[in-house]
Design a binder for this molecule. Structure first.
Ligand code: ATP
Ligand code: MG
Length: 449
């Protein structure tokens, strides 16, 4: 591939912005991720524009703009319902904190703006007039499939430590190798990740996990990065399992389970954390066999702590904690209607399919011992689950054909006793769905009062 052969179709709205800036005598290009993704034939997430015009000059040219980060040179230009980030060519000042530059200065040189970017494949710009601007061999690195820093990797990672995790994330998304010198710098400087906020780490970690190669988290471990933001994972990597059902260390089992689940953030996080409490629950019997009694509960508690520490949203934290807590539920017992209704009651109807996905991924990351039986059991759980949905059977208090109001009419006082009666009735209905009948339940309630 040669730079002059690269042709990128810039969306009309982004191109209008570029043409407007050029018409006023400035330079403007699409830059970064969108150029990389276009060359790769991947759908770009957003089209960022870089320009020689300063923020006030950009604002003067467009009707609707948002001051996104004026001091960093970024103005969002609105076109219809879409916003485009237009950033002035800039040189970052000195980085004193390993996170962000003390100040930024604007420059007239595109070359200098490209130099401040993290990786060669992210340091290309394009417009229709000039074509591809590739000053740091980004195109060559795309062909060689490598993630390589622009300039000196030690300098780049010392400036902003997050770039180290981004290197692994891009390597996982694109299936590229990290250039040896770049990787060496990560090993040397991984401790600096400590300076990076939980929010920025969380964004990169989730992108890594939902990528095509989530197993690259192994690289984050090997280079010393997980030790900083997920030390629990390092302990898991260093905990062996001696058991018929297992063939990997806890950490390697976790990695294989992540690879065997759909790329949904909650599912991938659930696999990452499902066995994270195993090292804390480890017990070795006289035959040298490892046991981890009670580990799902420990893992669930740890998952909450870890996800909170990483500043994940509450919905994600709650869902992952439930999936982790129940990941072993019903193991080794044949699926029966009763068992499945009880599981649906505990886990929730909506989360139930994800619960089965977690179980399947877990099995696929274990030894092959009894694998077919275990998978067959999951299929049976799934079949019964669907049947219960179809029959609309009651699996929660909400669906019970008697409620608090009915009990009050029968003379029960609101309070704990009322809750107890309802729960007893629900248990009976979970055992036998035919009992979900208002008249029958009233009679039973009276007997229980
Ligand atoms: P994605 O497809 O995930 O959005 P991206 O390459 O667009 O990937 P962004 O985080 O959106 O990544 O950043 C846009 C561009 O800004 C990058 O391509 C890169 O040129 C530059 N960039 C972003 N973060 C950094 C950083 N921490 N250090 C240096 N350059 C960065
Ligand atoms: Mg982007």
């Amino acid at each position: 591939m040669k730079a002059e052969d690269i042709k990128i179709t810039i969306p009309e709205r982004a191109n209008f912005i570029i043409k407007t800036l050029e018409g006023a005598g400035y330079e403007a290009y699409v830059v970064g991720g969108c150029v990389r993704d276009s060359i790769l034939g991947r759908e770009p997430q957003d089209w960022d524009i870089t320009t020689s015009a300063e923020p006030m000059q950009v604002k003067a040219l467009f009707r609707r703009t948002v001051d996104t980060g004026l001091q960093h040179g970024t103005v969002t230009v609105m076109q219809g319902d879409e916003g485009f980030e237009v950033t002035t060519y800039r040189v970052d000042g000195i980085y004193e904190d390993g996170r962000h530059p003390k100040d930024v200065t604007f420059t007239r040189e595109l070359k200098e703006d490209l130099l401040r970017r993290d990786f060669t494949i992210n340091a290309m710009a394009y417009n229709d007039t000039v074509g591809l601007v590739d000053m740091y061999e980004g195109l060559e690195d795309i062909e060689r499939k490598v993630i390589r820093c622009v300039g000196d990797p030690h300098e780049r990672f010392t400036e902003d430590a997050l770039r180290m995790l981004r290197a692994v994330r891009f390597s996982a998304q694109l299936g590229y190798k990290i250039d040896p010198e770049t990787e060496k710098a990560i090993r040397d400087l991984s401790g600096n990740l400590e300076k990076i906020s939980a929010e920025r780490i969380h964004t990169e970690l989730v992108k890594l996990l939902v990528s095509d190669n989530p197993g690259e988290i192994r690289k984050a471990y090997e280079t010393g990065m997980t030790k900083i933001f997920l030390p629990e994972f390092d302990v898991a990597m260093e905990t062996e399992q001696q058991h018929l059902h297992h063939c990997y260390s806890v950490g390697e089992h976790i990695i294989h389970s992540i690879e065997n689940v759909r790329p949904d953030p909650k599912l991938r996080l659930a696999m990452l954390l499902h066995d994270i409490g195993k090292p804390d629950s480890l017990d070795v019997d006289e035959d040298g066999i490892t046991h981890f009694h009670g580990h799902p509960m420990v893992s669930s508690r740890m998952a909450k702590t870890i996800l909170r520490r990483l500043k994940m949203d509450n919905d994600t934290i709650d869902t992952v904690a439930i999936l982790v807590k129940y990941h072993d539920y019903g193991n080794g017992v044949p699926a029966t209607d009763k068992k499945v209704r009880k599981a649906m009651n505990k886990i929730g109807k909506d989360l139930f399919p994800m619960f089965l996905e977690v179980k399947e991924a877990d099995i696929l990351a274990q030894s092959e011992y009894m694998r077919e039986e275990k998978l067959e059991n999951i299929r049976e759980w799934d079949r019964i689950y669907k049947e219960i949905l179809e029959k609309n059977q009651c699996v929660s208090l909400k669906e019970l054909k008697i409620n608090g109001k009915d009990l009050i009419e029968l003379g029960v006082k609101p309070g704990p006793a009322m809750g107890e009666i309802l729960n007893t009735l629900l248990e009976e209905v979970l055992d036998d769905p035919d009992k979900n009948d208002p008249e029958y339940l009233k009679t039973r309630a009276k007997a229980l009062m």
